[in-house]
Design a protein around this ligand. Structure first.
Ligand code: NDP
Ligand code: AKG
Ligand code: MG
Length: 412
C-alpha cells in the first residue's frame, strides 16, 4: 500500500482450502468510478452500510478503503496513472472489492481499465444474474420469464487487446506474415486493413464452463447453455462449444442426449448450445428455455446489455468478476459511466447496489443481502423510482439518486 491509500481499522478477508474467512469488520477496497460513478457510489455505500447495520445491529461493519483507478487516479497519482499498481495490489491483498464504472475512449487512447483489472487479477468469470423485480417497467410482455445467470469469460477473446492499426508498420508486418507465410488469400483489402487477434484457449474455456456448471448444480438450475458463433469462428468459438461439452462429460459425468451434442448430467441438468445470433432472438421469444449461460467475452458483453433491457435496463443490472480458485472478486455494475448524467444526482444506483448485494451474499452476509432485495422490491412497488423507470411508468414518484437511496433505507 502507498501513501495515497488510507487503510481503515479492520481485518482482511482470506481464503483457505476453497473457503472464505470473513471477519466482522472486513476491509473492502472500492473504486468510486468516473462519470456518474461518484453519484452512484455515494448513494450505494449508504444503502449497503444501512443494510449491514440493520441486519447485525452494529456487530458487523464494512471498513471501506478507497483505492484509485481512472480519472481520479490521474488526479491523485499524476498524469497517465490510470491504474496504479497499488490499486491492483490492494484488490489482490484484500481479496474482495467493489468498483464503479470507468471510462474507456473509443478508437485511440488508453485501453480499458475495467478489462485490465479483470486480466491483471485473473478474474476469469464475469457473473451477471438477470432477474425481474415486480413492478419494473420493461419493453417485453412477460419479463418475469427471464431468469438467467450469465457466465462471461473475462480474460480472453478479442478483449486481449492484440490489435494492429491500419497504416502502421505492425499492421504491414501482420499482413505480410499472413499472406506470405500462412498463405492467406482472403483479406479483401490487405493494404488498408487493421488486424485483431482472438485468443481462446482450452484452459480459459474449461475454467469458465466449470464455474457455470458448478453454479447450476449448487443453485438447483435446470440447464447450462453454451452460446457461441462456432459456425463461423470454428476454432475459437466452435472449440469453446466442443471443450465445454467435453468438460461436462469428463468432469461432471454427463452423457449425450439422443446421440448428442447435448449432454445431461446425473442430477438432470442439461448442457446445450446455441449459436449467438439465434440466441439473441430466442431470449426475446422463448426466454423460459434459458437458465445459466456460459459464453465468450464479446458475446457476454452484448448479451448482458440485451438481457438487462428485458428486465428494465442497465440501471438494474449487477455483476461480479470472480476467480473461484483464489476467491478474489470485484463486484461491479454492467453499465458504464453514463457521462451525460454525471454530477446531476439523477442516475439509477440499483445496479451498483445490487452488485453490493451480490458481494454481501458472497461474504455469507445473507441477512443484509436479503434486506436490500426486500427494500428494493418494496420501493419499486411504491413506484418511487429514478428517471429511467419513471419515463416508462404511469404514476411514478420520480426521485433522484440520493433520494432513491433514502427511500431504500427507510424501507428496510
Ligand atoms: N464496467 C465498466 O466500467 C463499463 C464502462 N463502460 C464505459 O462507460 C462509458 C460510457 O459508455 P456507454 O456506451 O455510453 O454506456 P453506459 O452504460 O455508460 O450508458 C448508456 C446508456 O445506458 C443508460 N444507463 C447507463 N447507466 C445507467 C444507470 N445507472 N441508470 C439508468 N440508466 C443507465 C443510459 O440510458 P439513457 O440515455 O436512455 O438514459 C445511458 O445513456 C464508455 O467509456 C465505456 O467504455 C461501459 C460499460 C461498462
Ligand atoms: O471496459 C469498458 O469500457 C466496457 C466494458 C463493458 O462494456 C462491460 O464489461 O460490460
Ligand atoms: Mg458492456
Amino acid at each position: 500500500m502507498d501513501q495515497h491509500i488510507k487503510v481503515p481499522e479492520g481485518q482482511k478477508i482470506s481464503m483457505q482450502d476453497g473457503k472464505l474467512t470473513v471477519p466482522t469488520n472486513p476491509v473492502i477496497p472500492f473504486v468510486e468510478g468516473d462519470g456518474t460513478g461518484p453519484d452512484i457510489w455515494r448513494a450505494s455505500v449508504r444503502v449497503l452500510d444501512a443494510a449491514v447495520e440493520k441486519a447485525y445491529g452494529g456487530e458487523r461493519r464494512i471498513a471501506w478503503m478507497e483505492v484509485y483507478a481512472g480519472e481520479k487516479a490521474t488526479q491523485v497519482y499524476g498524469e497517465n496513472e490510470w491504474l496504479p499498481q497499488s490499486t491492483i495490489d490492494a484488490f489482490q491483498e484484500y481479496l474482495i472489492g467493489i468498483k464503479g464504472p470507468l471510462t474507456t475512449p473509443v478508437g485511440g487512447g488508453i485501453r480499458s481499465i475495467n478489462v485490465a483489472l479483470r486480466q491483471e487479477l485473473d478474474l476469469y468469470a464475469c457473473l451477471r444474474p438477470v432477474q425481474y423485480f415486480d413492478g419494473v417497467p420493461t419493453p417485453v410482455k412477460n419479463p418475469e420469464n427471464v431468469d438467467m445467470v450469465i457466465f462471461r469469460e473475462n480474460t480472453e477473446d478479442i478483449y486481449a487487446g492484440i490489435e494492429y492499426q491500419a497504416g502502421t508498420p505492425e499492421a504491414a508486418k501482420m499482413r505480410d506474415f499472413l499472406v506470405n507465410e500462412m498463405g492467406v488469400k482472403k483479406i479483401r483489402f490487405p493494404d488498408s486493413s487493421s488486424f485483431g487477434v482472438k485468443p481462446v484457449s482450452r484452459e480459459g474455456t474449461e475454467r469458465l464452463v466449470r464455474a457455470a456448471i458448478q453454479y447450476a448444480i449448487d443453485n438447483g438450475r435446470k440447464s447450462v447453455t453454451l452460446v457461441h458463433k462456432g459456425n463461423i469462428m470454428k476454432f475459437t468459438e466452435g472449440s469453446f462449444r466442443d471443450w465445454g461439452y467435453e468438460l461436462a462429460k469428463r468432469e461432471f459425468g454427463g452423457v449425450e442426449l439422443d446421440g448428442g451434442p447435448w449432454v445431461q448430467l446425473p442430477g438432470g441438468i442439461v448442457i446445450k448450445d446455441v449459436i449467438a445470433d439465434a440466441f439473441l432472438q430466442q431470449i426475446l421469444l422463448r426466454p423460459k428455455e434459458y437458465d445459466v449461460i456460459a459464453t465468450l467475452n464479446l458475446n457476454g458483453d452484448y448479451i448482458s446489455d440485451a438481457l438487462a433491457a428485458q428486465v428494465g435496463g442497465i440501471g438494474i443490472a449487477p455483476g461480479a468478476n470472480i476467480n473461484y480458485l483464489t476467491g478474489t472478486a470485484i463486484f461491479e455494475a454492467t453499465h458504464g459511466t453514463a457521462p451525460k448524467y454525471a454530477g446531476k444526482d439523477v442516475i439509477n444506483p440499483s445496479s451498483v447496489i445490487l452488485s453490493g448485494e451480490m458481494m454481501l451474499r458472497y461474504l455469507g452476509w445473507t441477512e443484509a443481502a436479503d434486506l436490500i432485495i426486500a427494500s428494493l422490491s418494496k420501493t419499486i412497488g411504491q413506484k418511487t423510482v429514478t428517471y429511467d423507470f419513471a419515463r416508462l411508468m404511469d404514476g411514478a414518484n420520480e426521485v433522484g439518486t440520493s433520494k432513491f437511496a433514502d427511500a431504500l433505507i427507510s424501507n428496510m
